[in-house]
Design a protein around this ligand. Structure first.
Ligand code: BGC
Length: 858
């Protein structure tokens, strides 16, 4: 941890960074909100409105769990509307709901504390089990509905870690009382606007039957969502988000509806839809979605045309001109899709390969956009030959402002098949997987005058076949000379010495290999295990001792001034919607954080500290609450998301956080995924481009790094740590691994976290296939590879020593048991754990030290 300036934290005042961050978050709320329906009612001038619904005064600002974030303040819809000049006609109804809400919170808090006492489960985990609960508002009676020019109804949902959404009323489906509210408002008011304060997707069948005039999905949009809502409704900043996940008419229209989470609570989860989920399924199987991928209305109309297509090698560039042809200002996102020819492999009808968004265009204004992509990135995976393959034929480029209305605008022709990369198949699916396949499409006649480009062998890059490390054998022997780290091709004996230090490595006096080789087994074991700090109140070891709200640290074993090695530790902080810290803390005379009682702080994240010591100064750590990741992706604006990453990086510097445990790049496999709000999209390319921009923004701050998570196929919370994602090699590579691969290539992330679930057999944290074969051998990833939290706990199924043998660098957050098992594993064959070759231990330690060195960059 680089030294933070504690003096700076003594002031509770807003910093310039926070001010800037909040303004950007407000912009992202507008750019990431999606206008689903509008018959011309929006935009609306400030007027007298009848405001109802859970979220009118109690917006849900993010999801439960590690994706949570604490905001300094939260602007409610009511506040935002009032500030923009609206008159709220329903204060009495809102006041009554406030009382219901406050009572519910009080009762729930008491109930949870009691449950915690009875069960011995700490209150945070009890809170986890209940935190998704949604409470009903009171009915809306005739007398509650005063005259007003329009009604605004805010429907809210909470998603989160630990639980998938259920295909149930009050969860994925609107509750009866919500439907009834919307129905009575429809009858009473001439204009009805419904705002959806949700994580990802809501079933719209009942609401659409009632027919509101406008539906705007405002998601969970950060600290100033209330202001953003007013900006959007009045048109001061029109919404310009586009869906990054398909909304089906009916849940059962999704290809994997029956083999997902709550609908399929088995431990072996067959990914039998293969690559066909999201729009790849809807388009290829000709199922009509309600709102297609890329959909989002604007207050104006745009026209766009392809101006020119060119290429340099396999990089295809398209210049597009976009004109605001309507009578209101707005921003438009142009999407480019690619339809690959079928050969031996089936292909989705189209895949997103590039996109660009305009600036705010006034009526009549136009802008030229340039969209580009590399064809080789979209090669299919041929499992039979273990290679990435571009099959010969016509690749049709299709331009669109929503996926299901894309139109051909160019063709790339390949006269022969090209292998772009030869690799090895690494996964073996533990069950029989019968993947679905669409019918081969018939010949389509393309317009004669479409621009055409022919690529030949010289244009297509070829990547050398990687050299794969040996898969671990069931190593049962004692340490041998062979196990000792191989450095520069030369065998090195362990040569324990205390006089080689990390500063020696940095100044070039010694190599990292020499430092590692000089370390004792005990030192190595500490390096590969997170710092064990059992929280004095919560009795758990997933907290940082130094930064309040951080969930872990690398080892402090060498950190003291007096320790000869002089290896600092790194702190890790959560929060997909911004850095998740606790706002206020105090220090004791030794400089340690003071913890008093456990508490459930409902309004600002799930927990905090209760009670402070009189007379001691407070230190403040306010961070910027960003929109949830799905909403960030809805912006399709990587310039903006990069700036938001930059805001997080600046806050990391201020508060002494080294690794931000975000972005999460798992795909939205199914709309019920409990953590979908923490992830970006159902599409790998969009996911990777947004995540890379955020990573680049964060890592502009020297020494600060992101942690891309959770590798891989972490798509459901049902049986969260015990289910096995059974996924074919092709689907893994074309879908679930691609976002990780592209972020590794395009943003050089500081670290990667593996997943809590099992992937085709081994646990995510025990997968040699993922950590070694794919990440290190194939992609050459040089950052830190960490486990997800507590995966090696007895009830979670992963083995400690197998983490190291798989190629993981660090076990997080680390426990005494991990240390013990590693010691035993090295000494003798423990009944639970296989022995860890010393060389593997050294390699892991090397990964940790490389990260520590990178964190010291200026
Ligand atoms: C989550 C991770 C998170 C970690 C630390 C785990 O339960 O899956 O996403 O970063 O906890 O809080």
């Amino acid at each position: 941890m680089k030294k933070r300036n504690l003096q700076e934290l003594l002031s509770p005042n807003m910093t310039e960074t926070e001010r800037k961050g909040i303004a950007l978050a407000r912009q992202a709320s507008c750019e990431g909100s999606v206008l689903l329906e509008n018959n011309g009612t929006l935009p609306i001038k400030p007027c007298r409105v009848a405001l109802f619904g859970f979220g009118a005064r109690h917006l849900i600002n993010t999801g439960v769990g590690s994706g949570d974030v604490s905001a300094r303040y939260e602007i409610q819809v009511e506040d935002g509307l009032k500030q923009a000049g609206f008159e709220i006609a329903t204060t009495a109804w809102l006041d009554t709901f406030d009382q219901i809400y406050a009572k519910h919170r009080k009762d729930l808090r008491e109930e949870l504390l009691k449950k915690s006492e009875e069960t011995g489960i700490d209150c945070i985990h009890v809170w986890y089990q209940y935190s998704h609960e949604h409470i009903a508002c009171q009915p809306i009676l005739e007398t509650d509905m005063p005259p007003a020019e329009a009604a605004i109804y805010v429907l809210s949902r909470k998603e989160g870690e630990g639980r998938d959404n259920a295909w149930q009323k009050g969860c994925y489906l609107p509750a009866d009382w919500e439907v009834e509210h919307i129905r009575v408002l429809r009858e009473r008011y001439e204009r009805l606007i419904v705002l959806l304060n949700i994580g990802t997707v809501l079933d719209m069948q009942e609401i659409r039957k009632i027919g509101p005039d406008a539906v705007l999905a405002i998601y969970q949009g950060g600290a100033e969502l209330g202001y953003a809502v007013a900006d959007m409704l009045t048109g001061a900043v029109p919404p310009s988000g586009k869906l990054t996940t398909t909304w089906a008419e009916d849940y059962w229209d999704y290809s994997n509806s029956k083999v997902f989470g709550p609908q399929y609570p088995e431990l072996m989860v067959p990914y039998s839809e293969g690559i066909y989920f999201g729009y790849r399924y809807f388009d290829s199987f000709k199922v009509k979605p309600l709102y297609a991928f890329g959909y989002g209305l604007t207050y104006t109309q745009f026209e766009f045309n392809c101006k020119a297509i060119s290429h340099e090698k396999d990089t295809i560039r398209m210049d597009v001109s976009v004109q605001n042809a309507g009578s209101f200002k707005g921003k438009q996102t142009v999407q480019l899709y690619l339809s690959a020819p079928w050969g031996k492999l089936d292909k989705p009808a189209q895949v997103l390969c590039a996109y660009a968004k305009t600036d705010m265009l006034l009526p009549g204004e136009s802008q030229e956009l340039s969209l580009s992509f590399r064809l080789a990135d979209f090669a299919s995976y041929d499992t039979e030959e273990a290679c990435y393959l571009l099959e010969k034929g016509a690749y049709v480029l299709r331009l669109a402002d929503v996926s299901d209305s894309s139109r051909p605008c160019g063709v790339i022709e390949l006269a022969e098949n090209f292998i772009t990369r030869k690799v090895k198949n690494v996964f073996s699916v533990p069950i029989e997987l019968d993947e679905i396949r669409p019918e081969r499409p018939g010949e389509t006649t393309l317009p004669e005058d479409l621009p055409r480009i022919s690529l030949n062998r010289d244009d297509i890059p070829w990547t050398e076949e990687p050299v794969y490390s040996e898969a671990p054998v069931n190593y049962l022997g004692r340490l041998t000379e062979e196990d000792v780290l191989l450095s520069a091709g030369e065998k090195r004996r362990m040569n324990v010495r205390e006089d080689i230090t990390l500063p020696d490595v940095i100044t070039g006096k010694a190599t990292l290999e020499e430092l590692i080789a000089s370390m004792t087994v005990e030192e190595l074991i500490h390096l590969v295990t997170g710092q064990i700090y059992v929280h004095p109140v919560y009795k758990m070891n997933c907290y940082s001792q130094h930064v309040l709200g951080c969930c872990g640290e690398t080892t402090n074993y060498f950190a003291g001034e007096e320790h000869p090695r002089k290896i600092p530790f790194l702190t890790t902080g959560d929060g997909g919607s911004g850095l998740h810290l606790i706002e206020k803390f105090q220090l004791d005379e030794k400089g340690e954080i003071i913890y008093l009682d456990p508490v459930l702080v409902f309004e600002h994240g799930a927990f905090g500290i209760d009670g402070y010591v009189d007379g001691l100064p407070y230190y403040y750590q306010y961070t910027t609450a960003l929109p949830v990741p799905t909403q960030l992706a809805n912006t399709w604006n990587t310039e903006l998301t990069e700036k938001l990453g930059d805001v997080v990086g600046a806050e990391m510097e201020r508060y002494g956080v080294d690794i931000w445990l975000a972005p999460g790049v798992n795909l939205h496999r199914n709309p019920l995924g409990g953590r979908n709000f923490e992830y970006y999209s159902e599409d790998p390319f969009l996911t990777a481009s947004i995540a890379s921009s955020i990573a680049r923004g964060t890592q502009k701050h020297p020494g600060k790094g992101v942690c891309v998570k959770h590798m891989a196929a972490n798509n459901q919370e049902t049986n969260r740590t015990s289910h096995t994602a059974c996924v074919s090699e092709r689907t893994m590579r074309e879908m679930y691994l691609r976002p990780f691969e592209w972020v590794v290539r395009d943003a050089r992330p500081f670290s990667i976290m593996t997943s809590l679930n099992c992937v085709n057999g081994p646990h995510g944290t025990n997968s040699h296939e993922l950590a070694t074969s794919i990440l290190q051998d194939e992609w050459g990833f040089d950052g830190l590879i960490m486990t997800d939290w507590n995966t090696t706990r007895k009830d979670r199924g992963a083995s400690t020593s197998a983490c190291i043998r798989a190629g993981m660098h660090i076990i997080m957050p680390g426990s005494e048991n991990d240390l013990r098992l590693l010691r035993e594993g090295l000494e003798k064959d423990s009944p639970l754990e296989k022995a860890v070759p010393l060389g593997d231990l050294q390699k892991s330690a090397m990964g940790v030290l490389r990260a520590v060195i990178r964190s010291m960059e200026d």
